[in-house]
Design a protein around this ligand. Sequence first.
Ligand SMILES: *Cc1c(COP(=O)(O)O)cnc(C)c1O
Length: 378
Amino acid sequence: MNFSPESRIVHAGTERAPGAPLSPPLLATSTYVSQGEPDPARGYGRMANPGWEAVEEALGAVEDAGAVVFASGQAACLAALLSLAAGRERIVMPEDGYYNVRALAEKLRPHGARVVPVDLLDLAAVERAVGERPSVLWAETPTNPLLRVADLTSLGVIAAAAGAPFAVDNTVATGLLQRPLDFGAVASVYSMTKAISGHSDVLGGAVVTRDAALLAAVRDWRTTGGGIPGPFEAWLVLRGMKTLPLRIERMSGNAMAIARFLSGHRAVRAVHYPGTTTATLDIASKQMPNGAGPLLSFELAGPGGGPGTAAQADAVIAAARLIVPATSFGGVESNWERRSRWAAESAPPSLIRLSAGIEPVQDLLTDIEAALAAAMPG
Ligand SMILES: *Cc1c(COP(=O)(O)O)cnc(C)c1O
């Protein structure tokens, strides 16, 4: 019997025996009582913790796959990259994706793999890049922070033809809104820090795959590399995940309403949201049928109709009374930031990335409208 992912998330890690705690226990231990032949599942605290296994069960349920959880999204990306790029010369990745993952991949260069940044919407360029040398195709869609949508079906076909393992950073959408493994990806990679945990209280990451060899390789990197989540962190992630279906639906709805509102606002020059960007609307509705996600970004109009400035963006953010100025996204509290405040980020100067939380949408629209009016008079 296979209940829906939404039910399996709620029940992951729970036991049904009489007297069992309904909430999975938080097991703080560095080792397990044992002698003789070690049990790999209960040998030492770096090898296993029941709290990780519950999160892995929940994540796996979402994508009908296996999962390995990590201390952060970066640690998960590192394990995936090390596993997939072994013996390959190129890591082909989006030029506009999350800059810290690109920075991480760049660090593998002395170990033999070179990053080739491409526009993932330019399929001919992707095909060339992965076809020339043994490559990994690393996609991110929608991208952080420009929310560009790449066509997973086409990327899967291109990767398969080139014999390139295809991984997708699915952090922005989560597995409830987008299932990369159904489009030929061997791995979905996550920062669980964002919507999956969803309460701005924990960092975590995960690699999700249906490939047993990759699952074992990634788990081995965790055990030997030590990028393990703490038991309490895993407990927080599991607690947060139980409401992911509710949160992601509400946040996506809020983000859509905000994107529509901003698209009609004269202080706004451009809005980037998978649910409203017309050029990729067909692709988005095909591969994200249940919602376009919690994240959007927008650029301000500058004096005389040109691009807005960083100072204008700072003024808008400072004028808000509800939306929190902070980085990260996918939390229950709406937050926003000017992305160009990060030196290594290549976003336009006035680009504001906004993560829609779970507040009533009218409060968010009121706050945004007032902040724009206060910061951009006339
Ligand atoms: C945040 C993020 C990461 C990194 O995750 P951490 O949990 O911060 O280490 C990776 N990819 C994307 C798309 C992200 O947004």
